[in-house]
Design a protein around this ligand. Structure first.
Ligand SMILES: [Zn+2]
Length: 88
């Protein structure tokens, strides 16, 4: 009697597919398109072009930061162009 038992919640899955850029993965970020381009820096690490305006409006950070936070790693901070490094 368990043959056609549905373990899989189709409704929940289609919500995820519509909502997330990477539904099967760990990303919570929105899909980028012409109305929602991925052209904004991450508020946490400052890497450019990491987030869309919708992501920022909802207070998201980039996948790298989100994963680092989830797994307890340190974020890889963006430190700008190497050019203006002034060691000595
Ligand atoms: Zn980030």
């Amino acid at each position: 009697m368990y043959d056609d038992y549905d373990y899989y919640d189709d409704d929940e899955w289609s919500d995820r597919v519509e909502r997330f850029a990477d539904p099967g993965g760990s990303s919570a970020l929105h899909v980028s398109d012409k109305d929602n381009p991925r052209n904004l820096p991450c508020p946490t690490c400052n890497y450019p072009n990491r987030l869309t305006p919708r992501d920022v409006a909802q207070g998201y950070q980039c996948d790298t930061c989100a994963n680092a936070q989830e797994q307890g790693f340190d974020t890889d901070w963006y430190e700008g162009d190497e050019d203006d490094e002034t060691d000595t």
